[in-house]
Design a protein around this ligand. Structure first.
Ligand SMILES: Cc1ncc(COP(=O)(O)O)c(C=O)c1O
Length: 484
């Protein structure tokens, strides 16, 4: 089995698409289109299954043939090893939401404490279970490290995903039926803040933040007019396609007229923010900042939330415990704390190089005939570069073609994509976090641009591209920006 298929990001569904229909379309998409198990036949069934029926049938068949549970377990371990060899050792991973963790952080993920339960807040009086004194130490260290790394007054470490952090924000700051504003998907917005995510579950009335399709940032004049008419209680600035800062200070000033709040969903940019390489949303007037620990921040995949206003502490933490988190994986908390300590030492340099690399990669691609968004304003101020690949068959086809050559990216909606093309978008999102942590710099960005452009222009075969990608990856065996 060649594991090249990447399922479409749920974050990319436009609001017009009812979630269930969208999931069914994904789950039952033609097998040959997803490159999975082309030899499998999908069993006819009236059961509704959200996962790809061909891949589930492959697994079920494998387990049948294994028979013995010990062999079944070996098959699981073998699948993990196949992924580690391919994605870990042989691919140029340019997926914007990914980052490699340091050896210490990875090791802590399998620590003994991962089997311990510690519901509640830190401290003996706040726990339901006894025996948590060392767990209190780990969690307190994590909170204090997160505060140091972000400069925020309050931080919480118990979010198993940044989606959960966003849900906590909506639970704490809104009531069902309230109006909010958020960014639409073709401009990079994420389902978290739209109808098919936490904001939708909360029953909010969701309006669009007007965006400028050329500048790829908020159209402030249109925003001021719309917001003054709508009076949103929260304006969510969250973007999974993110190239430039948001005008947080100006927007905060506008919504303050009726007591509205800016919520900065920094899932992607959290590391850049903590490393001082992007805007500082809390300092600019956002009430709360959430982020993914496993994206630019390069910790274990999970969520982080920080805020400064003491009045938000009870509503936000009530929404976290006992509402959305119970046993919150203390091994993950330990890994997060260790990643935060690394960040204190290396975050600034690491994040700065990520941005330099993204700019270099975008410029090199543009020079080689791959049109990039925002060329007129330096392409990007983040870890991402966005290609307009409509001329090469669109984001999905290009994403699969590159994956066959061991270059991992993802398709992405871009301004101008029609809502009905939500699963065939025109863009390709490219991220530089992982290659930067392996130590690659501007010369390697030019080499990566050569590989991508040559493949897209048909000047190089997938096989020769793959060999070059493997060689480049292997030339950088040592993870950087961490303690030796
Ligand atoms: C803007 C935004 N918010 C939230 C999320 C969800 O993050 P997580 O995967 O940590 O739950 C994402 C994921 O890509 C995102 O891009």
């Amino acid at each position: 089995m060649i594991p090249v298929a990447l399922s479409p990001g749920c974050c990319q569904l436009p609001d017009e698409t009812p979630g269930v229909i969208a999931r069914l379309r994904r789950g039952f998409g033609p097998v040959e289109e997803t490159h999975f198990m082309t030899s499998m036949t999908i069993p006819a069934s009236d059961a509704i299954e959200v996962h790809d029926a061909g891949v589930l049938a492959w697994a079920s068949d494998l387990l049948d043939r294994a028979g013995d549970p010990r062999v079944m377990q070996q098959e699981v371990v073998a699948a993990v090893a196949r992924n580690a060899r391919w994605r870990g050792d042989e691919c140029l991973n340019l997926l914007a939401p990914e980052a490699p963790m340091s050896p210490v952080v990875r090791q802590l993920l399998s620590a003994e404490v991962g089997q311990r339960a510690a519901e509640g807040h830190v401290g003996p009086a706040n726990r339901w279970f006894a025996g948590t004194q060392y767990i209190d130490e780990i969690e307190a260290l994590c909170i204090e490290l997160l505060k140091r790394v972000t400069g925020a007054r309050y931080a919480d470490h118990r979010l198993v995903a940044s989606m959960i952090g966003n849900m906590a924000v909506y639970a704490a700051l809104t009531q069902p039926g309230d109006a909010i504003m958020s960014v639409t998907q073709p401009f990079g917005g994420h389902s978290s803040n739209r109808t098919d995510g936490p904001a939708g579950i909360r029953g909010l009335r969701i309006h669009d933040v007007p965006m400028d399709p050329v500048e790829l940032t908020v159209d402030l004049e249109a925003f001021a007019a719309a917001a003054r008419a709508i009076h949103p209680v929260v304006v969510a600035l969250g973007a999974s396609m993110t190239l430039f800062p948001f005008p947080v200070a100006e927007m905060a000033g506008i919504v303050a007229e009726w007591g509205g709040k800016i919520f900065f969903d920094g899932a992607h940019q959290f590391g850049l923010i903590a490393g001082g390489q992007f805007q500082d949303p809390l300092a600019e007037g956002a009430a709360v900042l959430t982020g993914s620990a496993g994206k630019t921040f390069s910790g274990p995949q999970s969520g982080i939330i920080v805020w400064n206003d003491p009045a938000l502490t009870v509503p936000l933490t009530d929404a976290i415990f006992p509402t959305l988190a119970a046993t919150h994986q203390v091994n993950r908390v330990a890994a997060l704390a260790a990643a935060a300590a690394e960040f204190l030492a290396f975050g600034r340099d690491y994040m700065a190089q990520i941005v330099v690399n993204a700019q270099a990669l975008a410029a090199a691609l543009q020079e080689r005939g791959v049109p990039m968004l925002a060329a007129h304003k330096g392409f990007t101020r983040t870890h991402q570069a966005i290609a307009d690949v409509r001329a090469f068959g669109g984001g999905e086809a290009v994403g699969f073609r590159l994956a066959e050559a061991n270059i991992i990216t993802n398709k992405n909606l871009i301004p101008g994509d029609r809502p009905e093309d939500w699963d065939r978008p025109g863009g390709l999102r490219i991220g530089t976090t992982e290659v930067t942590r392996w130590g690659m710099k501007e010369p390697e960005m030019a080499r990566i641009a050569d590989l991508i452009a040559d493949l897209l222009h048909g000047r190089r075969s997938p096989e020769s591209t793959r060999q070059e990608a493997i060689a480049l990856r292997r030339a950088f065996p040592e993870l950087q920006y961490c303690f030796g």
